[in-house]
Write a protein that binds this ligand. Structure first.
Ligand SMILES: Nc1ncnc2c1ncn2[C@@H]1O[C@H](COP(=O)(O)OP(=O)(O)OP(=O)(O)O)[C@@H](O)[C@H]1O
Length: 244
């Protein structure tokens, strides 16, 4: 497969608001792809269309080779999704949460046992299997949520602001895991407001008012703008959009 995400002129309007405006981009496999933009720029709307849960007003898109309108069920089964809200059951233990998601994904007994063992180790949750989720720190909850999102070994993992509200050490550990998943062949789409995280991505896209402003590697985008950091690029675009 040439592209895991292939969008052509993808557009979503809500009444007279154009949340996503003729978005065209292609993301090759095995990359960490960062979707960047200020609040309300259209990132979540784009992600909802990519996941097949929101129909575009016009344009088209393929995700893992599947059409986002006609084959949304196949997309839903092949992707992993984690948002800042974590979707964990607070009154269940770590292992009960993992078992629950394994059954949702239809894993058999043997797969469940093997996969959970692997994930508990990878996420640094060894020894905490029987702890209740409500008693875990934000960073541990975040890694457990990530573990639940990858139980079915998705080819594409979508992370919507996954590190909001967790401390710097937890963020560092989280990104080390993301990098190792990408090294093992997973493709990753991540949105973040932290530009130092965006610098880690292999590819980034900046969207403002639903429109694509830049797409490329962090170093190409910095070079094209003659700036030293993605934070400077981000600020430049915000000022341009505000006509400052
Ligand atoms: N269901 C909806 N109905 C009406 N307007 C919507 C709906 N969903 C999003 N919007 C509008 O579309 C625009 C893009 O919103 P979106 O949530 O995609 O932005 P975002 O980049 O994800 O923002 P944030 O960083 O705050 O999560 C905003 O103006 C928002 O108010």
């Amino acid at each position: 497969m040439k592209y895991v995400i292939n969008l052509r002129e993808l557009t979503k309007r809500f009444g007279n608001i154009t949340a996503v405006d003729k978005l065209t981009l292609q993301v090759p496999p095995h990359k960490i792809f960062g979707l960047l933009g200020p609040n309300g720029s259209g990132k979540s709307t784009t992600i909802r269309m990519i996941c097949g849960i929101l129909k575009p007003t016009s344009g088209e898109g393929k995700v893992l080779g599947y059409d986002i309108e006609k084959e949304s069920e196949k997309i839903k089964k092949s992707i992993g999704y984690m948002s800042q809200k974590f979707s964990l059951y607070e009154d269940l233990t770590v292992i009960e949460n993992l078992n629950f998601y394994a059954s949702v994904y239809g894993l058999n007994k043997k797969e469940t046992k093997e996969k959970i063992k692997q994930i508990v180790e990878l996420m640094g949750l060894l020894g905490r299997e029987k702890q209740m989720v409500f008693a875990l720190s934000g960073g541990l909850k975040q890694r457990l949520a990530l573990g639940c999102a990858i139980l079915h070994s998705p080819k594409l993992l979508i992370l919507d602001e996954p590190t909001s509200g967790v401390d710097p050490l937890s963020r560092r550990m989280f990104w080390d895991i993301i990098k190792s998943l990408a090294n093992d062949g997973m493709s990753i789409l991540v949105t973040t407001h932290y530009m130092e995280e965006a610098e880690i991505c292999d590819l980034t896209a900046f969207i403002f008012n639903g429109k694509l402003m830049a797409f490329g590697t962090p170093s190409d985008i910095k070079k094209a703008n003659n700036l030293e950091s993605l934070e400077d690029v981000f600020i430049k675009y915000v000022r341009m959009m505000n006509n400052e």
